[in-house]
Design a protein around this ligand. Structure first.
Ligand code: CP
Ligand code: NVA
Length: 312
C-alpha cells in the first residue's frame, strides 16, 4: 500500500511523476473532473489549517468526490476513548483515503500501519510532505528546472517544513542550505540530516547546515522561510524564539545576497516583521501566493496517484 507519510519512502521517480501530474491538472483541470467520482477522503485535523484543509476539500470536489472534515477534538480518539489502531480499522471500512494533521509523527506512522486505505500526512511536528511536493512544483514552474537549483532555508531548522524540504530537495538534486541557530531545539533532526546527505550524494547535490544566514543565501535561487511559532510551539516560547531567530529574518538586505532573480517562498501562514519583513513578503520576488495555489494542484495529484496505486 502506497502512503504519503514522509517523502523519505518515495523514490525520486514517484515524486517527479506526481509533479508532472500536478502540472497537467493545473493546465487541464476538466480532464480530471471525474477522477474521484464516488470516492471519499476523510480529513482528520488535530491542529488548525487554512491551505491544507481548503485545498484538499476543494480538490476532491473538483474531481467529483466527497471530503469529510473531521476535528480530532470531537472524535473518540481525541477524547481518549478509542485507540489509533481501531480508528484506522474502522475508517478503512468507510472511506477510500485518509489525510491526517497531527502532533506526533509516530501516530501517523501507526495510522498507516493499521489502515487498509492510503494515508496522507497533512503535517505532523516532524514532516510536511504535501507542502514540499507543491513547493517543488512551484520551484520548477518558476525556475524551469529542479536539478542544480540552490535552495536556502532560514530560521527554524528543527521544523516539519524544513525536514521535508531537505528530503525533497536532496532526492531531486537541488542543493539545500539550512541557516538556523545552533542547538538541538533549532537545528534539523539528526536522522533527517543524515538521510538528506545520503540522498544528495546519490543525486549529485549538496546539503549544508550553517549558523550563518548570509552563507546559506549567497547565490541562492530560492530563499525559503517558515513560521518561528509553529502550531505545536507553546506561546511562552515567543520571546526566546524571537531573540534566537531574528538574525535569520529574511530582509531585503539578506535577499540581496541571493541570485538577482531569486524567488522568496514561505509555506504560510506568515507574520510580517517576524520570519520575513513585509517588504520581502509583499515584494516582487515573493511567490508565496502562487506557492499556496499549487497546494491545490499538488494535492489533487497526490490523491489520484495514491488511489491509482490501489488498482495495481
Ligand atoms: N502551509 C500550510 O500547511 O498551511 P495551513 O496550516 O493553513 O494548512
Ligand atoms: N511549521 C509550521 C508549518 C505550517 C504550515 C507549523 O507546523 O505550524
Amino acid at each position: 500500500m502506497l502512503h504519503l507519510v514522509s517523502m523519505k519512502e518515495w523514490p525520486p521517480q514517484l515524486i517527479e511523476e506526481v509533479l508532472d501530474l500536478a502540472d497537467d491538472m493545473k493546465r487541464q483541470p476538466a480532464k480530471y473532473a471525474m477522477a474521484m467520482a464516488g470516492k471519499t477522503l476523510l480529513m482528520i485535523f488535530e491542529k488548525p489549517s487554512l491551505r491544507t484543509r481548503v485545498s484538499f476539500e476543494t480538490g476532491v470536489t473538483q474531481m467529483g468526490g466527497h471530503a469529510i472534515y473531521y476535528d480530532m477534538g470531537t472524535s473518540p480518539l481525541g477524547a481518549g476513548k478509542e485507540n489509533i489502531a481501531d480508528t484506522a480499522r474502522v475508517i478503512s471500512r468507510y472511506v477510500n483515503i485518509v489525510s491526517a494533521r497531527l502532533f506526533k509523527h509516530e501516530v501517523i506512522v501507526e495510522l498507516a500501519h493499521h489502515a487498509t486505505i492510503p494515508v496522507i500526512n497533512a503535517l505532523t511536528d516532524h514532516a510536511h510532505p504535501t507542502q514540499i511536493l507543491a513547493d517543488l512544483q512551484t520551484i520548477r514552474e518558476k525556475k524551469g528546472r529542479l536539478k542544480g537549483v540552490k535552495v536556502a532555508y532560514c530560521g527554524d531548522g528543527h521544523n516539519n517544513v524544513t525536514h521535508s524540504l531537505m528530503i525533497g530537495c536532496s532526492k531531486l538534486g537541488l542543493d539545500i542550505r539550512v541557516a538556523c541557530p545552533e542547538g538541538g531545539d533549532y537545528t534539523p533532526a539528526a536522522d533527517v540530516t543524515r538521510s538528506a546527505t545520503g540522498f544528495a550524494k546519490k543525486a549529485g547535490s549538496q546539503v549544508l547546515i550553517t549558523a550563518d544566514a548570509a552563507e546559506a543565501v549567497r547565490g541562492a535561487d530560492v530563499v525559503y522561510t517558515d513560521s518561528w511559532m509553529s502550531y505545536h510551539v507553546a506561546h511562552e516560547k515567543l520571546e526566546e524564539r524571537v531573540r534566537v531567530f531574528t538574525p535569520y529574518q529574511v530582509s531585503a538586505a539578506l535577499m540581496a545576497e541571493a541570485a538577482p532573480d531569486a524567488i522568496f517562498m514561505n509555506c504560510l501562514p506568515a507574520l510580517r516583521g517576524f520570519e520575513q519583513t513585509a517588504e520581502v513578503m509583499d515584494g516582487p520576488q515573493s511567490v508565496v501566493f502562487d506557492e499556496a495555489e499549487n497546494r491545490l494542484h499538488a494535492h489533487k495529484a497526490i490523491l489520484v496517484r495514491l488511489l491509482e496505486d490501489l488498482k495495481k
